[in-house]
Design a protein around this ligand. Structure first.
Ligand SMILES: NC(=O)c1ccc[n+]([C@@H]2O[C@H](COP(=O)([O-])OP(=O)(O)OC[C@H]3O[C@@H](n4cnc5c(N)ncnc54)[C@H](OP(=O)(O)O)[C@@H]3O)[C@@H](O)[C@H]2O)c1
Length: 269
């Protein structure tokens, strides 16, 4: 698997493996949030696939992107995801990528271990409904789990704790804010946080200006789709649109679809 690096600096052909390793800033005093998406050339990140389930479009999912996704995963203290994703894991509709990453890429497991990180990143689930069975989620996910959301009723809280899941219940509101999240992350010393949730969570985090970096793989296929499609960011127009500054650009040379591998630093104006 080869890529052509295009920016910054001169063009250079190199292995795809390792492209995203050691690409994050040194850990500082505050959580650093980085998001990653795979999108089609027309911006679709999810649609209803032939199996009737909504998810990453089958026409663009591929092993090269999966490798880069995993390189970002193994550097994380925590992975941030959604209640919808937790539900899909708990019901077996989706396999936990954390669970299979190490088997698939032993070199990345060694990389994680050599940096003295825990076996798996902490999985942080942002949810207002908590509509998944806690015990099934715990069975599906090999590492520590923390949920964050509005006040949980006693039965759900008990079930979560019995399953070994930590819960953070907010005092007010139904939506988790960036401030809530940063407080939960900082209290647990979680510094590198990999956002793998979808476009509604991403929008909220952007609105609260807590995302520092975006990794975006654009798979050069045009998909269209009207109902049940998602783009990168969904929800009301952002009043203060974050600005993305290109920091690295590469072209994935092997296989089809061709892919543009970009990363951006995000700032607000
Ligand atoms: N191509 C890609 O790179 C990529 C990446 C990620 C996701 N996807 C796809 O995108 C689609 C949508 O993903 P998704 O549903 O996980 O993403 P989402 O639209 O961001 O998440 C929606 C769910 O997350 C919870 N949530 C989000 N923000 C919240 C907040 N501020 N406070 C409380 N709860 C919040 C809620 O869970 P509850 O309902 O539990 O309250 C909500 O139902 C899926 O088909 C997925 O496969 C694609």
């Amino acid at each position: 698997m080869r890529v052509l690096t295009l920016y910054p600096g001169d063009r250079e052909e190199r292995a795809l493996a390792g492209l995203y390793l050691d690409d994050l800033p040194a850990k500082g005093g505050h959580p650093f949030l980085y998001a990653n998406f795979l999108a089609s050339l027309d911006g679709r990140i999810a649609l209803r696939n032939a199996n009737g389930r909504k998810g990453v479009p089958e026409a663009i999912a591929n092993n090269r992107d999966w490798r880069l996704y995993t390189e970002l995963l193994v550097q994380a203290d925590a992975v941030l995801t959604t209640g919808r994703h937790a539900e899909a894991l708990a019901t077996g509709e989706q396999t936990d990528m954390i669970a299979i990453a190490h088997d698939r890429y032993p070199d990345l497991r060694r990389y994680r271990r050599s940096r003295g990180l825990s076996e798996h990143p902490v999985c942080i689930v942002v949810t207002s409904r908590f509509a998944f069975p806690a015990d099934a989620l715990k069975k599906a996910h090999p590492g520590a789990i923390l949920t964050i959301g509005p006040h949980l009723d006693a039965a759900k809280r008990r079930a979560a704790h019995k399953a070994g899941i930590e819960t953070v219940s907010l005092d007010s509101g139904t939506q988790v804010t960036g401030k809530d999240l940063i407080a939960a992350l900082a209290a647990r010393g979680l510094r590198r946080v990999y956002m793998v949730g979808g476009p509604r969570l991403f929008r909220g985090l952007l609105a609260d200006k807590i995302v520092h970096r975006l990794y975006l793989t654009t798979a050069c296929r045009l998909l269209a789709g009207e109902q049940d499609t998602d783009t990168l960011v969904q929800g009301p127009v952002l009043p203060l649109p974050p600005e993305a500054t290109l920091r690295r650009l590469a072209l994935d040379l092997d296989g089809r679809p061709q892919q543009i591998l970009a990363s951006y630093d995000l700032t607000s104006y």
